[in-house]
Design a protein around this ligand. Structure first.
Ligand SMILES: NC(=O)c1ccc[n+]([C@@H]2O[C@H](COP(=O)([O-])OP(=O)(O)OC[C@H]3O[C@@H](n4cnc5c(N)ncnc54)[C@H](OP(=O)(O)O)[C@@H]3O)[C@@H](O)[C@H]2O)c1
Length: 374
């Protein structure tokens, strides 16, 4: 059996992160499984923590010889408690990706040779074994690079809309709205006539969303950010926000602006605030540190975490399949991701390249190509 190369990540009790490329045998599928030869896998923000823990990659050192290919970087002691559940374990990495099925179990022969995308949590390797049911089959004119980002951002954007509809909101706010996910969400909202208030943090991001047709774009660095937000919320009736930033006062600003917009014409006693429920979902942690809430929004509000997997599971298999079929059909348009550069497995563990992909800048997405540079 030939060999499989894979990136694995280990955070040690001694405060070291070791990113290694290990070699193991290509697995054999059981009747309901397939082996996918991975051709492309994106590095999303959600891959960064499994990959890097809280290591200081700027001090990382590559160690390459006949025996090993690894990068070692220090993890500050202050972070060790937060990552204790993973200490001293060697973990696979890479949430999603795409490639061709090269071997299929007895009940999955129909997948042989097909281009599929998958979510496995171990996509940064050359060959992945997965249940056939986890594979999303793509069209023949779709490339692996296009199919690689079929789940994390597309399904999340679709599920935001499912949440909006299920909870009965009319419009929504999205922060860090020029992100890859934000651009997909904007296209979806335009198609479905849902008002979307896009919160960005630079003029360039505002221009980018304007070219995509956004009607409500608000720059959080403007002096009158809050006033603009209240105005847009009053116009659209937005009572739902998806916040990717997390740390700091953004959730508080969103809730107090919603309350302001909803009760701007209230008179007399307004002890408990406007009766419409105001909801902020924190679905990313782009800014670390505590989430600070105030007290300016009465009693009809909620702040909570939001994760795509449990939301999708609650929708049920039929609806989930409909959403996935839409992703397959619109992978070159609504759900297209702009790729900045492609990295081999070895290039992906090089601190010089980590310094390029870790900042998660607007419009910069990196793809790992596991078959490259062997
Ligand atoms: N909960 C879930 O189920 C789920 C699922 C999918 C994605 N996500 C989350 O969705 C978010 C977007 O993912 P993506 O792949 O679309 O990201 P992306 O394309 O890499 O874009 C990241 C965006 O965030 C901005 N940003 C970075 N740090 C920021 C900060 N501290 N404050 C404000 N803006 C900041 C960047 O702007 P600059 O260029 O100005 O830095 C950029 O526009 C991530 O947080 C990811 O973890 C969550």
């Amino acid at each position: 059996m030939s060999e499989n190369r894979q990136i694995v990540s280990t955070a040690t009790r001694q405060g070291e992160l070791i990113l290694s490329i290990v070699q193991n045998e290509i697995p054999t599928p059981s009747d309901n499984e397939v082996i996918v030869k991975m051709e492309a896998a994106p590095i999303n923000p959600s891959d960064m923590f499994p990959l890097l823990a809280f290591a200081d990659y700027s001090q990382g050192k590559l160690m390459l010889d006949d025996q090993q290919q690894k990068m070692v970087a220090p993890i500050s002691e202050q972070f060790l408690d937060a990552i204790r559940s993973r200490l001293d374990q060697t973990l696979p990495v890479g949430n999603e990706g795409a490639g061709r099925v090269v071997t299929a179990g007895a009940n999955a022969k129909h997948l042989e040779g097909k281009l599929v995308s998958l979510v496995s949590g171990q996509c940064y390797q050359q060959f992945v074994k997965v249940p056939a049911a986890m594979c999303l089959v793509h069209k023949e004119d779709t490339t692996a690079e296009e199919a690689a980002s079929s789940f994390v951002n597309p399904i999340t954007a679709l599920c935001f809309i499912e949440t909006l509809k299920k909870e009965g909101h009319k419009a929504m706010v999205h922060t860090a709205a020029a992100s890859n996910l934000g651009q997909m969400l904007l296209k979806l909202c335009l198609q479905e006539n849902i008002d979307l208030i896009c919160v960005v943090r630079s003029v360039e991001q505002a221009q980018l969303l304007q070219t995509l047709g956004a009607k409500y774009i608000i720059n959080s660095t403007d002096d009158d950010f809050k006033e603009q937000l209240v105005e847009a919320m009053a116009e659209t009736g937005a009572t739902l926000a998806f916040d990717a930033i997390g740390g700091g006062r953004m959730a508080d600003t969103l809730l107090s602006s919603m309350e302001h917009a909803l009760s701007r014409n209230a008179s007399g006693l307004n002890t408990y605030g406007a009766e419409q429920h105001k909801q902020v979902y924190i679905y990313g942690r782009l800014a670390r540190g505590p989430i600070t809430l105030g007290q300016n929004y009465g009693m009809y509000w909620g702040v909570g975490g939001w994760l795509v997997m449990p939301v999708l599971k609650k929708l049920g298999p039929k609806r989930a399949a409909e959403l996935q079929a839409r992703v397959v059909n619109e992978i070159k348009t609504t759900f297209a991701s702009h790729i900045t550069d492609e990295l081999s497995l070895l290039e992906a563990i090089d601190p010089a390249n980590i310094a390029r992909y870790f900042p998660k800048k607007t419009g910069e997405k990196y793809l790992i190509k596991p078959q490259q540079g062997l």
